[in-house]
Design a protein around this ligand. Structure first.
Ligand code: FBP
Length: 271
């Protein structure tokens, strides 16, 4: 008899305590390089301490970073270990491939509550990423670890990766590939994101943050829109660690996600 469905349920509950979650994404050192980090946040422990103290539900990072910073997040926020990655140092056409960046066993050894992997749906390398995804999923299943898929439509045939039809397609493909949690792009409005949530057929959908919005309230409005559309939370990196007030930003996002507060009202926390 397999006990893995119990482990999955227990771990999912650590991330989605009330059914919703604010996750801090912190894999940018590899995905974009250290240029993403403002000087005060080059030391990973400084920003992680701020977001964990602000009460974020979970942190998502690569194995080496999780290892370096465990004293900051352990027993305070759930851990999602991302085990695929790519650098922008690659030739451009190779950036449509996410490679293996660790193993499910690394995530288990680190005390993870979930593993994460990116699939660029529509990439010429879709086949490799699918093989990797299914290998990860199979191993994670043995350990009762939930799998978060970063479902990112991206490829030469995709003109607009934020188009609702394209995002819906990626999300449906994520569901059909057995994702337990899905992180995907914001489609620009509450109405269009509601269409995205519908095709997920009950699998929790989290919005991917994206680049820094000019005004904090604009990002907070995006968060409110996706929550009103039925999303189960957000996975946000740059709009927190590039913010002038990361602690206030986390608190404001948490208030919208968990307490359905209004963006204009909680924007005060970021001033
Ligand atoms: P952001 O909130 O900063 O967008 O973080 C979410 C994320 O998916 C990260 O996990 C990842 O590093 C990055 O965005 C990917 O960015 P890009 O879209 O440039 O590949």
């Amino acid at each position: 008899m397999s006990f893995s469905y119990v482990g999955k349920a227990v771990r999912l509950k650590r991330i989605l305590k009330d059914g919703k979650a604010v996750v801090f994404a912190f894999d940018h050192g590899v995905e974009h390089g250290p240029k993403d980090f403002p000087p005060e946040h080059i030391d990973p422990k400084v920003i992680l301490k701020k977001v964990v103290d602000a009460g974020v539900d979970a942190v998502m990072m690569l194995p080496g970073m999780a290892s370096l910073t465990h004293d900051v997040w352990a027993n305070r926020a759930a851990l999602i270990v991302k085990i695929t990655g790519k650098t922008n140092l690659r030739p451009e056409e190779q950036r449509l491939l996410q490679s293996s960046f660790g193993y499910v066993e690394d995530a288990v050894a680190l005390g993870a509550d979930a593993v994460a992997a990116t699939v660029y749906w529509g990439s010429p390398f879709e086949d490799s990423m699918l093989s990797l995804w299914f290998a990860i999923r199979e191993a994670a299943e043995r350990y009762g670890l939930p799998c978060l898929q970063l479902s990112y439509p991206r490829g030469p045939a995709i003109k607009n990766m934020y188009d609702v039809e394209v995002v819906r397609y990626g999300v449906r493909a994520a569901v059909e590939s057995g994702a337990d949690l899905i992180k995907t792009y914001y489609t620009g409005s509450r109405e269009s994101f509601a269409e995205v949530v519908k095709v997920a057929a009950g699998v929790p959908v989290l919005m991917s943050g994206g680049s820094l919005r000019e005004k904090p309230v604009e990002f907070l409005q995006d968060v409110k829109n996706v929550m009103d559309a039925g999303a189960r939370g957000v996975v946000v990196g740059r709009n927190v660690f590039q913010s002038k007030n990361p602690v206030g930003m986390v608190k404001a996002i948490m208030a919208i996600v968990h307490e359905s507060r209004e963006p204009e009202e909680v924007a005060r926390l970021v001033e």
